[in-house]
Design a protein around this ligand. Structure first.
Ligand SMILES: Nc1ncnc2c1ncn2[C@@H]1O[C@H](COP(=O)(O)OP(=O)(O)OP(=O)(O)O)[C@@H](O)[C@H]1O
Length: 247
C-alpha cells in the first residue's frame, strides 16, 4: 500500500464570474446568446502529497482557495487542470448543513446523509445509536434540522462523517462553530484516527489548532501554494507574511 493518502498534482481550478446578472430581459435578448464573464483562477498549479496516517492542515487568508481545494478533493468540483488521487475511502464535512434536507428530522437525515456518503441502510441502522450519541443534540434529534443551530448541524454532520469510518477525513472550518466541549471531542477523535493510521485533512484559521494537531501543513495564498511541509515552519512563514508589510 502506498505511503501517500492524497496526491494533488498540478491542480488548477477556474471560476467564471458572470457580469450580466440582474440585467433586464430586453438587454439579455439584445445581447443574444453571448455571456460576458471574467475568468478567475482560484487554484494555480497546486501540487503536494498528504502522507498516509498524518494530520494535514490547509492554511491561508480568506479567499486563498482552501475550501475550493477541499471541494476538488471531495469531487464537488473538478479541476480544469491537474489531477487528484485519493488512496482509500474519503469522507468530508464541508459547509454547514450540506447533504441535509431541512424538513427531515435529525434521524431521517442520518439515513439521507449516510447514504450520500456511501453507507448501506443496514450499516446506518447499525451505527445509528453511535451517531446519535456522538452528535449529542438531545431531543432535537427528532426535530426537523431546519430548527437546528449551526453548532447542532455540525455535531450531526461530523458524527455521520466519522461513522462512515473513512480512511481519509476532510474537514472544513465548520468545526469552529461547535462549542468547546464538542471541539475537544473532535480533537480526541482526530487523535484516535491518527493512532489507527487514518488521515485527516483540515482547514483552519486557528493556528493553535493546526500547530497542536497537524504534522504537516500547506499554505495557500491567492490560489498559489506558498509553502508545504512540516506544520511549524509552514505556520511560521504564513504568520510572518500576515504580520509583515505585505500581509
Ligand atoms: N463557485 C464560485 N464561483 C466563483 N468564485 C468562487 C466560487 N467559489 C469560490 N470562489 C472564489 O474563489 C476564491 C477562493 O475561495 P475559497 O472559498 O476556496 O477560499 P478559502 O481559502 O476557503 O477562504 P475562507 O478562508 O474565506 O473560507 C475566492 O476568491 C472566492 O470568491
Amino acid at each position: 500500500m502506498s505511503d501517500i493518502a492524497v496526491s494533488v498534482d498540478h491542480v488548477s481550478k477556474r471560476f467564471r464570474l458572470y457580469h450580466e446578472r440582474n440585467q433586464s430581459l430586453k438587454s439579455a435578448i439584445m445581447r443574444g446568446r453571448k455571456s460576458v464573464y471574467e475568468e478567475f483562477w482560484a487554484l494555480n498549479d497546486v501540487s503536494f502529497e498528504v502522507p498516509r496516517g498524518s494530520t494535514f492542515g490547509l492554511i491561508g487568508s480568506n479567499g486563498s482557495g482552501k475550501s475550493t481545494l477541499l471541494k476538488c478533493l471531495t469531487k464537488i468540483y473538478f479541476p480544469e487542470k491537474g489531477e487528484i488521487a485519493a488512496y482509500g475511502k474519503l469522507a468530508g464535512l464541508l459547509e454547514v448543513g450540506s447533504g441535509f434536507h431541512p424538513e427531515l428530522s435529525g434521524v431521517e437525515n442520518i439515513f439521507l446523509n449516510g447514504s450520500i456518503l456511501g453507507m448501506s441502510r443496514k450499516e446506518i441502522e447499525r451505527k445509528r445509536d453511535a451517531i446519535i450519541d456522538f452528535a449529542d443534540v438531545g431531543d432535537y434529534i427528532d426535530q426537523p434540522v431546519k430548527n437546528y443551530s449551526s453548532g447542532m448541524y455540525v455535531r450531526l454532520g461530523f458524527a455521520i462523517a466519522i461513522n462512515v469510518d473513512p480512511d481519509i477525513l476532510v474537514v472544513d472550518e465548520v468545526l469552529a462553530v461547535g462549542d468547546q466541549q464538542f471541539q475537544d471531542k473532535c480533537r480526541q477523535k482526530f487523535a484516535e484516527m491518527k493512532r489507527d493510521g487514518k488521515t485527516v485533512i483540515l482547514v483552519s484559521h486557528s493556528m493553535d489548532l493546526v500547530e497542536q494537531m497537524c504534522d504537516e501543513a500547506a499554505w495557500l495564498q491567492k490560489g498559489d501554494l506558498k509553502q508545504v511541509g512540516p506544520a511549524d515552519p509552514t505556520i511560521a512563514a504564513y504568520l510572518d507574511y500576515v504580520n509583515g508589510p505585505q500581509g
